[in-house]
Every structure is written in structure tokens, then in C-alpha cells.
Design a protein around this ligand. Structure first.
Ligand code: GYE
Length: 305
């Protein structure tokens, strides 16, 4: 068989590039903001963006990346829907001489390596995000806190890590109960449905921790439908920091939101250019994120995405 060099392909320094961006889905404001940021920056630089939307299908995203390889784009930006099934196409791109930069979601480090299979991962520290939510809850502990957790897409790096960061910190603190933890697929309506079912099964729940805003907003609807006051009878905590959720913190329907910044364009293209000039990057380039408390949400609202 063929033997491939297990090193990253070089990227020529050019005045313009044809760049692939393999998006995972477009069903929420976070994704739309991320896509817009990528398109805006490509346009500003005069680069051509080959954009695909996997519409929530991992199989489609694998096919999307293969099509970008066939089209011989210069670089592939990939937001891998799941952390294992996209690993093979990252290596296929590398073997075809196309550098891959992971955006916002990571690949299982056992299956693909930064600096060898792909250039770097740019995104948030999801374990820390989960920890920050736990820390807020520990500080605001009113005793007998019974938690329902709404997990993101199964097999995605943010769902894995937001769970680990939160659950570990909560267990370590002691005195909290996680009554149930189930996937709502990062989606508003799924989050609402799962929250509805879990609230019926666990009427003593008084905290909902959602791995993203969309599911938290769904949970707020489920609480209201059940005749409970979100933010008062049941605390609602989430991650992302979109305008709608931040407004809910201002209005007292949510209690705490950790930001996960979706505006990747400038950093993504700066990394592409740096890579072409020979800059060495660490395995991860971590975004710095804010948070929104009842005290700070009003001031942060206008700059939320
Ligand atoms: O929290 C969510 C989105 O991968 C960090 O995916 C991202 C997450 C984000 O669909 O809203």
C-alpha cells in the first residue's frame, strides 16, 4: 500500500485562498453567528469560501469534507459534529496535502493529533465552561439542590466536556444531586421535550443545567407550561450567551450563562495566514469567554451575539 508522510502539509503563502468551511448545522443563532463571522472575514480578505452545512448529519459532514478534498481547496476549516467519526477525513485531507484547522469542536485526541493530523483546534475550553456553571451554583447553593442536566449532541466534544467539567465539580463540592442527565441534542424543541419529561419524572428538581442556550430556552418553556416560574422555582443555567438567553437573565428567567464566543472568523483566518508563514501553533488556541450573571447581564446584552 501507499505510505504517507505523517506530517502536516505545507501551505503556500499566497495573496488569496480557496478555503473550505464544513459547518455542522444551522439550526441555532450560535451557528448562524459563527457562519456569518467566517463569511464576513473571508469577504474582507477577498478569499473564496466553499461552505457546506451538514444539517445535523455526521454522515453528510464526512461527505462534505471528502467533496472539499476532491475540489482541492487550499485549507479546510472543520467544526466536527462528533469527536470520533470525523477523524478519518481529517487524515484523508492531510494525506491529500490539505491542512485542516478545527474550529469550535474537537476530535478525540486518541484518533487524530494536533500538529500531525491537523494544524490546531481553535475554540473554548468546554471543561472550564462546565466548571464555571458548577462554581456559580456552588456559590449560590440554597441547600437541597436537585439538578436536571440537558446534554448536548451525543459524541460531540462540547457535550462530553461540559458534562465532565460540571459533574466533577458538583461531585467534589458534595451536597448536590444530579437527578437525571439526558441529551437534548443542543436543540430548542428537543430540550423542551426532554425537560418536560424529566420534570414530570422529578418534581423535586430545582435546577436545570443545559449545555447550551437553545436547550435552556426550551426548558424555560417547559417550566412555564408546567406552571413553574423559571429562574425562581427552578434555576436555569446555560452556556453560549446569545442575546435571547442573556435577555432572560436580565428578566430573571435564567440565572447564569457562560459565554461561548461564536465569532471565529478573525482568529481562524489569522491562523491560516500564520501557518502559511511557518508559525508553529499549540494544540489548542483557547478563546476567552465572558459570563452573564443577574448583576452583569444588562450591561453585556448589547454586545451579545
Ligand atoms: O454551544 C451550540 C452549538 O460546538 C460550542 O454547538 C459549539 C456548540 C454550541 O450548536 O450552541
Amino acid at each position: 500500500g501507499m505510505v504517507f508522510a505523517q506530517t502536516l502539509p505545507k501551505l503556500a503563502a499566497k495573496s488569496t485562498y480557496r478555503v473550505g468551511f464544513a459547518q455542522t448545522e444551522s439550526n441555532n443563532p450560535w451557528r448562524l453567528a459563527q457562519t456569518k463571522s467566517m463569511q464576513d472575514e473571508a469577504k474582507r480578505l477577498g478569499y473564496q469560501l466553499v461552505y457546506t452545512d451538514a444539517a445535523g448529519s455526521t454522515a453528510k459532514q464526512v461527505a462534505d469534507v471528502r467533496s472539499m478534498i476532491a475540489q482541492k481547496v487550499d485549507v479546510i476549516f472543520l467544526s466536527p459534529r462528533e469527536d470520533k467519526p470525523l477523524a478519518p477525513v481529517v487524515k484523508e485531507a492531510r494525506n491529500a496535502g490539505i491542512p485542516v484547522i478545527l474550529l469550535d469542536r474537537n476530535i478525540d485526541p486518541a484518533l487524530a493529533k494536533a500538529g500531525t493530523d491537523y494544524v490546531t483546534f481553535i475554540g473554548s475550553d468546554f471543561i472550564k465552561e462546565g466548571q464555571r456553571v458548577a462554581d456559580w451554583l456552588i456559590k449560590n447553593n440554597k441547600g437541597k439542590m436537585n439538578i436536571i442536566e440537558l446534554e448536548g449532541t451525543t459524541g460531540s466534544s462540547p457535550a462530553n466536556d461540559r458534562k465532565k467539567g460540571f459533574d466533577d465539580a458538583i461531585k467534589k463540592a458534595g451536597g448536590f444531586k444530579i437527578l437525571a442527565s439526558q441529551s437534548g441534542d443542543f436543540a430548542r424543541d428537543k430540550g423542551r421535550q426532554v425537560a418536560e419529561t424529566l420534570l414530570q419524572a422529578h418534581p423535586d428538581a430545582n435546577v436545570i443545567y443545559a449545555h447550551n442556550d437553545e436547550m435552556a430556552i426550551g426548558a424555560v418553556s417547559a417550566l412555564e407550561a408546567a406552571g413553574k416560574k423559571p429562574g425562581v422555582d427552578v434555576l436555569v443555567l446555560s452556556i453560549d450567551g446569545g442575546k435571547e438567553a442573556v435577555k432572560m437573565v436580565v428578566d430573571g428567567k435564567m440565572n447564569y450563562v457562560v459565554e461561548c464566543n461564536p465569532r471565529f472568523g478573525p482568529e481562524a483566518f489569522k491562523t491560516l495566514q500564520g501557518y502559511a508563514k511557518g508559525t508553529k501553533y499549540p494544540a489548542k488556541i483557547i478563546n476567552q469567554d465572558r459570563d452573564y450573571t443577574p448583576q452583569t447581564a444588562a450591561a453585556g446584552l448589547s454586545s451579545a451575539y
